[in-house]
Design a protein around this ligand. Structure first.
Ligand code: FAD
Length: 279
């Protein structure tokens, strides 16, 4: 199937892209790895496509004031192979390795993945786990949105018409980390996934950041699990006890019933904490 007809604008500046995307029924084209299939299946029928692939000033990774800041048009693969990202936010690098195949990561962008807001995608879960901050730009200026407020439903974000996602800031965090996924095939979108970053000092957990994807309309921060871990001696029994605190309400899907996804979310949470602590 081919896409329905649309007008096309190759934006030369962020301002032009933001202004054009303020119109009714427009879509921003980044790497196209999610949008183009939707267009071809006619599940998306925008009347105007605003191509931001030539906004090279949105492609960068840099350290800024204790944060790793990534431009929205940075390709997944560029972020995955960045030494800076690997050093500053190793959980992010590990998660990027799970995003589709290398060919998809060569084109797909960090901003596109976040703006697409698939509840089972890796980057939204990492953003929620690490309290990332997402920067939107429009003709009215710039605003920063906390990851916990950015994802508002399946494929729905807090971005307003005319707002372009321009960057995301992850706090620098060198902690033990793990990404655990249940998927039919290695590089498929997960049925359920868990990302975890855990800091241990003298055998005690001093910080835990855990998020679950594919278990609700948005990525879920596992705060009850985190609270059960922090300040306590990290034994295997504690990890099992803490993972059992996970509360999530995944929907039934054609691939797996809700009960199975819920059970697997707990199993993967336990596994993610263990692997983060004992890599
Ligand atoms: P696009 O497809 O261009 O855009 C996606 C959406 O975001 C569109 O609605 C677009 O308008 C909007 N958008 C894009 N950029 C911006 C911006 N800067 N500001 C505002 N809105 C914007 N993803 C995973 O996370 N995990 C997987 O395992 C995975 N597996 C995949 C397997 C296959 C076979 C395929 C085809 C895709 C898979 N994906 C997976 C999706 C892929 O990672 C996409 O690259 C990503 O979801 C979207 O990034 P993109 O740059 O391609 O965005």
């Amino acid at each position: 199937m081919k896409a329905a007809a649309f007008d096309y604008l190759r934006a030369a500046t962020i301002e032009e892209a933001a202004e054009a995307s303020a119109g009714a029924n427009t879509a921003v084209l980044a790497g196209g790895q999610s949008l183009v299939p939707l267009l071809n299946m006619r599940l998306a029928r925008p009347s105007l496509l605003v191509d931001i692939n030539h906004l090279t000033d949105l492609s960068y990774l840099r350290r800024d004031n204790g944060n790793l800041v990534i431009g929205a048009m940075t390709r997944h693969r560029a972020a995955e192979t960045s030494a800076l990202a690997g050093q500053d936010v190793p959980l992010l690098t590990a998660a990027l390795g799970h995003v589709g195949h290398v060919s998809i990561r060569n084109r797909g962008t960090v901003g596109g993945s976040l703006a697409h807001a698939d509840p089972a995608a890796e980057l939204p879960a990492v953003a929620v786990a690490l309290d990332a901050s997402l920067r939107a730009q429009s003709a009215h200026g710039v605003r920063d949105i906390a990851a916990r407020d950015f994802f508002v439903g399946p494929n729905r974000t807090a971005l307003r018409p005319g707002e372009l996602l321009v960057s995301v800031s992850f706090p620098v965090l060198q902690a033990g980390f793990s990404v655990q996924e249940l998927a039919f095939r290695g590089q498929d979108l997960a049925l359920v996934l868990v990302v975890a970053a855990v800091t241990v000092e003298d055998g005690h957990c001093t910080q835990a950041r855990i998020a679950v994807g594919g278990a609700g309309p948005t990525p879920i921060r596992a705060t009850s699990v985190e609270q059960a871990l922090v300040g306590r001696a990290l034994t295997d029994a504690l990890i099992t006890e803490a993972a059992a605190e996970l509360s999530c309400d995944p929907p039934d899907s054609i691939h797996a019933p809700a009960s199975y996804r819920r059970e697997m979310a707990t199993v993967l949470t336990r596994r993610a904490i263990r692997t983060a602590v004992h890599p």
